[in-house]
Design a protein around this ligand. Structure first.
Ligand code: SF4
Length: 498
């Protein structure tokens, strides 16, 4: 997808039981996961006291001399890191700097560092209900809610497990967290639905234990994947060893299905499969589900990167020729969000180069992962037409997105989603395509190897795994359909009135 849809955060943590400096592991763990958050990055290490570094922009943009400096300034064998895109809180530059994670907070007795991925649905509500309790504290973003709740419990004398358990019981939403206590324990946990991924692994000599949003954060460090943290589970690595504790059991699991289609890197593992394998199967499914389109196409092309694996699967299933027709301009990297509105379309248009002689006079099937707002897809279809494509079919691996996400993906209103307002036929007409063929929800589920009861499919089915999200979605949908204007992120606006 060229649309630059954003994930909330990527997290990484490591504990070197051989007492080596952990900062290089954090650096590479984040660098492998920069696709999960590109607005800011940060590191916190611990060697008896906490050391922190935070910056805006991408990890690869940290200058070499700064890395050397931070290697000295961030000592310690325990550390956590975070790459962030804001789906809660303000997004002006000053706020982004202030809200960069990991977060380090202290009360009278306790101090804690937190790296967070997800989104708390009842965050605004809890803030309102606890104004007295958290007097003097501003909840700028969701990581602070977790950290404050943990600190409040730890200060009262609770142990880490019961403090985390109270977060799991009171907070609704997606939260995958890595943290460090003032005793130097590295801990990690997931919300009871397990909406965002978080896995653990260790180095070949088993001296370094690590936790990472995606397995690629382990791979780049030469570490071995060990296990995916269970929904509602807490893991702790300390000098005393390693502990796993199931704190809350939830009947339904809800790993975000969009991770398979778009967010996770193809070489990461989710569930029992590599993401690229699932995407290839998505492509095969599209071939099986739309035989009439398949009969009419001459050539399969893909949008660069996330559409490639599906294009391969579609080619395998149908025997139709797959051409690498579109190539990204490697150094045209501007993201839509930093551009002036008048620059947006031309820059997206300039991001890819299309070899027109391969499509001229042909019926073309374009595989892509999703259509969210539709603006960039329209540019692509237009470009293909101008280059002489006779027909343009869009084959989309993620089913039609009909509702917002409450759990950390930057699609937060009904109004912005072309699929919430239009049928596939209407969408085809708006985009200038001959047809838009979405993979079915059942096809997607089957390809992941998980069951319907193990996935979040809220944005494509309208059925959300958590109760407040469902209530807000239903209320806002009704208002939207009556023509009420949406004024901001659904979970930040709506919770005030619920
Ligand atoms: S609503 Fe959609 S994007 Fe959000 S967590 Fe669920 S499946 Fe993922």
């Amino acid at each position: 997808m060229l649309e630059c849809l954003k994930e909330a955060c990527g997290i990484f943590g490591a504990h070197d039981f051989g007492n080596g400096t952990v900062f290089p592991y954090l650096y590479w763990g984040l660098r492998a996961q920069n696709h999960r958050g590109h607005q800011s990055h940060g590191f916190i290490t611990f060697d008896g006291k906490f050391h922190a570094y935070k910056g805006l922009d991408l990890v690869p943009k940290i200058k070499r001399k700064d890395i050397q400096q931070w290697l000295e300034n961030l000592p310690g064998c325990v550390g956590i890191g975070n790459v962030r895109y804001a789906t809660s809180g303000k997004t002006d530059e000053e706020s982004l700097i202030n809200d960069t994670q990991p977060l380090l907070e202290k009360t009278g007795k306790a101090e804690i560092a937190i790296s967070f991925n997800g989104n708390i649905v009842n965050g605004s509500k809890i803030k309102e209900e606890n104004t007295e309790k958290f007097l003097g504290f501003q909840f700028n973003y969701d990581a602070q809610l977790i950290s404050r709740k943990l600190l409040a419990k730890l200060t009262e004398g609770s142990d880490l497990a019961s403090s985390v358990k109270s977060c799991m019981e009171e907070l609704e939403g997606a939260f995958s967290v890595a943290g460090i206590t003032q005793k130097g324990e590295l801990f990690a946990f997931k919300d009871p639905y397990g909406i965002r991924p978080l896995c653990c692994g260790y180095s070949k000599d088993r001296k370094i234990w690590a936790v990472s949003s995606e397995t690629v954060g382990l791979d780049i460090n030469g570490s071995k994947f060990d296990f995916e943290i269970e929904p509602g589970e807490l893991v702790i690595a300390s000098k005393d060893g390693f502990v796993r504790e199931q704190l809350v059991k939830c009947e339904k699991r809800a790993l975000c299905a969009f991770e398979f289609a778009y967010f996770a890197r193809p070489d990461s593992r989710l569930g029992d499969k590599f993401v690229y394998e699932v995407r290839e199967e998505f492509g095969r499914n599209l071939g099986r589900e739309y035989p009439e389109t398949v009969r009419d196409i001459d050539v399969i092309i893909s949008m660069p990167e996330t559409g490639n694996d599906a294009a391969f699967g579609l080619h395998e299933q149908t025997g139709k020729r797959w051409e690498r027709v579109s190539r990204r301009h490697r150094y045209v990297t501007e993201r839509a969000f930093i551009l002036l509105p008048e620059e947006r379309y031309p820059t997206i248009d300039r991001k890819i180069n299309i070899l027109d002689h391969k499509i001229r006079g042909k019926n073309v099937a374009v595989t892509d992962d999703s259509i969210v707002r539709g603006d960039t897809t329209k540019v692509v279809v237009n470009k293909l037409r101008k280059m002489g494509a006779k027909k343009v079919y869009l084959l989309i691996t993620f089913p039609r997105i009909i509702g917002p996400c409450f759990y950390g993906i930057d699609m937060t209103t009904y109004g912005e989603l072309i699929g919430s307002r239009h049928t596939p036929e209407e969408i085809a007409e708006i985009l200038g395509a001959d047809a838009v063929n979405y993979q079915s929800v059942n096809g997607l589920i089957k390809a992941t190897g998980l069951s319907r009861n193990e996935l979040c499919l809220g944005c494509v089915t309208g059925k959300y795994p958590t109760p407040l999200a469902q209530k807000l979605a239903d209320e806002m949908k009704e208002k939207f359909e009556k023509g009420c204007k949406e004024t901001g992120r659904i979970y930040e606006v709506a919770t005030h009135s619920s």
